[in-house]
Design a protein around this ligand. Structure first.
Ligand code: AMP
Length: 392
């Protein structure tokens, strides 16, 4: 990718404005989970060590735009500033009036400052040019480091890069994009995509895009039901989308989609529902398919073992209920065991990875839910697009 990278620039004595993703859970005025904050520490330390004056900015939650933070203090980044101060072992003043009084940034005496929640600024969400210019004027160099917001064209993720004297990608963003490109642009083959989850409709663009590039596509979860129906199987009262049966047939004609041969069914969708393993020919009209069967799980694991690249999004069954979790657990462990390159992303997928303790064995776990899904769909992320446009 042809954008500038922070580590290629001379940051000495420069004001460096870094867009991070500090959208973390807050409870009782404190940061409840600091994973996202910790992920940004190498970027901040690198800029500090290079002699930069570091100005951090982020959003937190969904405050009302144009309403001052004092009237919606639950969206203040103060807990993040306090937490960062502890982690960095230095003062991290939170600055509120940076738009009306930009000079206040140089008067804090601290090498790291945090700007108050950008989403209270009028024009942030609409990518207003004047607001973007105001951000740009705060710095010599703008660094976009928040992959999780890269799919949004907003003033602090997109517009600012257009007007800043220099704009580049931060290490977190660059690492994420490199990992995605490794699996999507020039993957080692064979490449397999595993797409599970509830509905074909919510993953349609992903399925379409991956079916053109993957050597094998495993569909799981509710999604697989529509494919089974398209193959003439009675799926009883399983979750499915009749309107997408033809699309499923089209996708099966394009790429190799191995379907389950056995499934785990129940009469109801419930935590204590009785699970029964059945062959495809045995499914009753009042059965619901809630997981792939054990023989299918082993077959999929074997196929996964032969791959050089694997992209995974979505559970292959209702893994939240233990009696329907075997498929997702087997697939997760097989992906973890694979010695090729594996990338996974999406909320439920990350929960499953945590549940089966395979975090360390997946080559790359994407931090950005929506941004990951859009990238896998083949959509150009606006915040990355602008970094490329202004690069040279
Ligand atoms: P998604 O957000 O589309 O990735 O969907 C994830 C959800 O799909 C999980 O919460 C699973 O419980 C659910 N799911 C997986 N398999 C099935 C299935 N066979 N029937 C209904 N829901 C399913």
């Amino acid at each position: 990718m042809t954008f500038r990278r922070m580590n290629q620039l001379d940051l000495t004595a420069k004001s460096v404005l870094i867009r991070e993703d500090f959208n973390v859970p807050i409870a009782a005025g404190k940061v409840a989970n600091d994973m996202r904050i910790r992920a940004t520490l190498p970027t901040i330390e690198m800029a500090r060590a290079a002699g930069a004056k570091v100005i951090l900015m982020s959003h937190l939650g969904r405050p009302e735009e144009g309403v001052i933070i004092d009237q919606q203090v639950q969206f203040s980044l103060q807990p993040v500033a306090d937490h960062l101060a502890q982690l960095l072992n230095c003062d991290v003043p939170l600055v509120n009036d940076y738009l009306t009084n930009p000079d206040c940034l140089s008067n804090t005496g601290s090498s790291v400052v945090l700007l108050e929640n950008v989403r209270v600024n009028n024009g942030e969400k609409g990518n207003d040019a004047n607001l973007a210019k105001s951000y740009a004027e705060l710095c010599d160099i703008f660094v976009m480091d928040a992959f999780g917001t890269a799919h949004r064209a907003q003033a602090s993720t997109h517009g600012v890069a257009e007007y800043a004297a220099v704009a580049c990608a931060g290490p977190l963003l660059a690492t994420e994009l490199d990992a995605l490109d490794r699996s999507l642009q020039d993957p080692a083959r064979p490449l397999m995509a595993v797409v599970g989850g509830a509905k074909v409709s919510s993953k349609l663009e992903i399925l379409k895009n991956l079916s053109t590039m993957a050597d094998q596509l495993i569909v799981g979860g509710g999604i697989a039901n529509t494919f089974l129906l398209a193959s003439g199987i009675n799926i009883g009262k399983s979750l499915h989308e009749p309107g997408l049966v033809d699309m499923a047939r089209e996708l099966m004609a394009k790429t190799n989609i191995p379907l389950p041969t056995d499934v785990v069914v129940a009469k109801e969708f419930a935590e204590n529902a009785t699970a029964t393993t059945k062959q495809l020919t045995e499914i009753d009209d009042n059965d619901m398919i809630l997981d792939i069967g054990p023989a299918t799980a082993l077959r999929f694991a074997e196929l996964i073992g032969n791959m050089k690249t694997i992209i995974w999004n979505g559970p292959v069954g209702v893994f939240e209920f233990s009696q329907f979790a075997n498929g997702t657990e087997t697939v997760a462990k097989a992906i973890a065991k694979n010695t090729g390159f594996s990338i996974a992303g999406g909320g439920e997928t990350i929960s499953a990875i945590g549940k089966y303790s395979v975090t360390e064995d997946i080559s790359y776990i994407s931090t950005g839910g929506g941004a990951f899904l859009e990238y896998v769909q083949g959509i150009k992320l606006p915040a990355v697009d602008i970094l490329e446009k202004v690069a040279f």
